[in-house]
Design a protein around this ligand. Structure first.
Ligand code: TYM
Length: 329
């Protein structure tokens, strides 16, 4: 039995990328491991959400998490800011995280490009907080999508550095949990990059069937293959990737063959893709709506989760303080 930690930022609705990149795995692994799943609401502050929106965002993501099949009876499901011990570990780890390595992080460089007016220190130290989230429970496995691979590598480095600095074998170095497959990246519908919460290229689990049909029909494609056997262009490859996670293998095979033989009609492919996405999301969406009406249930989940997560986190903090050299008078 491994200890697993994973989080999702409470920055917006969950999309197919979150589901297939991470959450679907959570559902499987919770039965076999000691799992901590949390909503990273401290991390969401890097983009300065309004106080009026914070609680609603967390509630929505919590309902979506639960609707995907996370089970509070077997996993510890909690809100990051309910466990302030993580902030102490974050501060301690910051003392041996170097500005140079943080500045070189791909996600930080991307943020500089995307939000040049808000390059705050929280963005710079984002990977340190993420490392604290993980190692505070001494996790050995972290289920993440491809985009978080570098953050996980940094987590291992910070854990190793702490051990070396204090001459201990205290923090394990966690690996990605990927069922022996490569980490996956679900692309967006805009023909480039990964599906994201704020890129305007995503299908959300809470989208209605009509919204899904509209979005998929508008997805970027190309003018069609011009010769048999031609490789699909990037946007079309992306649609095939989404199809590979939502559709039957026979459907995927059918459209791949149509592409190879230049007979593909993208309209037909998109129609099928939309219906297959709807098949996946509809039961989840129904549960989201149901869970959102049950405030008492959600309150119970997070308070039980916070209690379990704090018990685990405060034990680590006690031991870390001792290792660092803090002593009671
Ligand atoms: P976040 O909220 O951006 O994404 C949550 C999870 O979804 C995965 N994901 C994807 N996977 C495949 N294709 C995509 N298009 C796609 N988009 C998102 C992410 O890899 C992630 O697993 N920094 C984290 C949150 C976090 C965390 C942690 C995760 C904070 N502390 C500790 C694990 C452990 C993040 O921003 O995830």
């Amino acid at each position: 039995m491994e200890t697993v930690v994973s989080g999702i930022r409470s920055t917006g609705y969950l999309h197919l990328g979150n589901y297939f990149g991470a959450i679907k795995n959570f559902v499987k692994m919770q039965r076999e491991n000691n799992c901590f799943f949390f909503i990273a609401d401290y991390h969401s502050l890097t983009t300065h959400p309004k106080p009026d929106d914070i609680h609603g965002n967390i509630r929505q993501v919590l309902a979506e998490y639960l609707a995907c099949g996370l089970d509070p009876e077997i996993a510890t499901i909690f809100i990051q800011s309910d466990v302030p011990e993580v902030v102490e570990l974050y501060l301690l780890l910051n003392m041996n995280a170097y500005v140079g390595e943080l500045e070189r992080t791909t996600s930080f460089k991307e943020k500089i490009r995307k939000q040049p007016d808000n390059i705050n220190a929280g963005l710079l130290t984002y990977p340190v907080l993420m490392a604290a989230d993980i190692i505070i429970h001494k996790a050995t496995k972290v289920p993440v999508g491809k985009d978080q691979e570098q953050h996980l590598e940094m987590t291992r480095r910070f854990a190793r550095r702490f051990n070396t600095m204090y001459g201990v074998d205290y923090f394990p170095e966690p690996d990605a949990y990927n069922f022996g497959r490569k980490l996956i990246k679900i692309p967006g519908l805009d023909g480039t990059g990964k599906m994201g919460k704020s890129e305007g290229n995503g299908i959300f689990l809470a989208d209605t069937p009509d919204e899904i049909r509209k979005k998929v029909m508008k997805a970027v494609t190309d003018a069609g293959p011009s010769a048999p056997g031609e490789k699909p262009s990037e946007p079309v490859k992306n649609l095939f990737t989404i199809m590979s996670v939502v559709s039957d293998s026979s459907t995927l095979k059918y459209f791949r063959e149509k592409h190879t033989s230049c007979e593909i009609r993208y309209g037909e492919m998109k129609k099928q893709l939309a219906e297959d996405i709807i098949k996946v999301t509809t039961p989840i969406r129904d549960r989201i709506i149901e869970i959102l009406t049950d405030k008492k249930y959600m309150a119970g989940v997070v308070s039980a989760g916070a209690e379990k997560a704090r018990a685990s986190a405060s034990k680590t903090i006690r031991e870390v303080r001792e290792i660092i050299g803090y002593k009671p008078f």
